[in-house]
Design a protein around this ligand. Structure first.
Ligand code: PMV
Length: 312
């Protein structure tokens, strides 16, 4: 049995604007992982892959899964990217403890885990960079026009400063930054929010370009605050980023309620994380506020919460 895994991720600053060329900051969510396992099979067709993926309801041969199914498409594309056509049959098991469609990187982490386990199984030497660019191809199947931040942060498994079409920069964070995450329970497929923003941008280019630039400026200041361990500044920048996301049109009453609850419980800042419209919010916490913030989130209706930290 061969295994590989990948962490989930959270976007700390800059979602959406990153699709339009602005920088963004993301960090791995080391406590939540997607895992893939491969076991050779004694019997089965050449190039047969028995797919066991309970999260998406699969337990059968890949070639028998409907061609339109996204998991099947991603697996076929993985074989193309790794240049494998004929091989003895194997069983592939995919499992993720990252909630799907909630902005925590479940699709990118699953793609990376699958590519890594296949590369190991086929005895291919594949760098993190190549895994990330292959995972980007798989992300296109799921999301259409991804910026590339998700596949990059989960492949490198380090906090990154990211700008589309530039090499990612890993961040040196001196302390540890405590974050509490809350899931609104409202599913948020990335593609829907991204295309809503695209429509708005097409209708009001100047205004939206202006908003994206302001997000970019917040991201650059947040990078300095993170690298300088300046928590108060970091919290204010989260609030500023959230205000801009609301203007971009991806916040929602559910998300605002969670954010207000976190602030009332002592968070230094809070914002949505990921595509928005639903999904998750993140709050900047400290040792003495992390439990009150988590309780506040739950009282405000969060379906799920998690305490985590960002460190390099
Ligand atoms: O996958 P999510 O929901 O975390 O969203 C990714 C962030 C976006 O900026 C909205 C899209 C992208 O491709 O960068």
């Amino acid at each position: 049995m061969i295994e590989a895994s990948s962490p989930g991720k959270m976007i700390l600053f800059g979602e959406h604007a990153v699709v339009y060329g602005q920088p963004a900051i993301a960090a791995p969510l080391l406590g939540l992982r997607a895992r893939a396992r491969i076991e050779a099979l004694e019997a089965g067709p050449t190039a047969g892959i028995w797919v066991k993926a309970p999260g998406v309801g699969h337990n059968g041969w890949l070639h028998e899964i409907d061609a339109g199914d996204l998991t099947a498409q991603a697996l076929r594309r993985s074989l193309e990217l790794l240049d494998r056509i004929d091989f003895p049959p194997f069983r592939l098991e995919i499992q993720a403890d990252i909630p799907p469609a909630s902005g925590l990187g479940s699709s990118a982490a699953t793609s990376v885990a699958i590519l890594r386990v296949m590369a190991k199984h086929f005895e291919l030497e594949v760098s993190d960079q190549t895994i990330s660019s292959h995972a980007y191809e798989l992300e296109k199947i799921h999301h259409g026009t991804p910026s590339g931040i998700d596949n990059t942060v989960v492949s490198l498994a380090k906090p990154i400063y990211f700008r589309k079409e530039s090499p990612p920069q890993t961040l040196e964070i001196p302390g540890s930054v405590r974050i509490v995450i809350a899931d609104s329970g409202v599913p948020s497929p990335t593609g829907r929010a991204v295309s809503q923003v695209r429509h708005s941008w097409e209708g009001e280019r100047d205004r939206f370009e202006g908003l994206f630039k302001r997000v970019g400026a917040v991201v650059d200041r947040a990078r300095r605050a993170l690298e300088g361990d300046e928590l108060p500044a970091l919290g204010e920048l989260m609030d500023q980023n959230q205000a801009l996301l609301a203007e971009i049109g991806v916040s929602s009453p559910d998300l605002e309620r969670l954010i207000a609850a976190a602030k009332a419980a002592g968070a230094r800042g809070a914002k949505l994380s990921g595509a928005g419209l639903g999904g998750n919010v993140i709050a900047l916490a400290e040792e003495h506020t992390r439990n009150p913030i988590e309780r506040g989130f739950r009282q405000a209706g969060a379906r799920w919460t998690l305490q985590t930290e960002v460190r390099s």
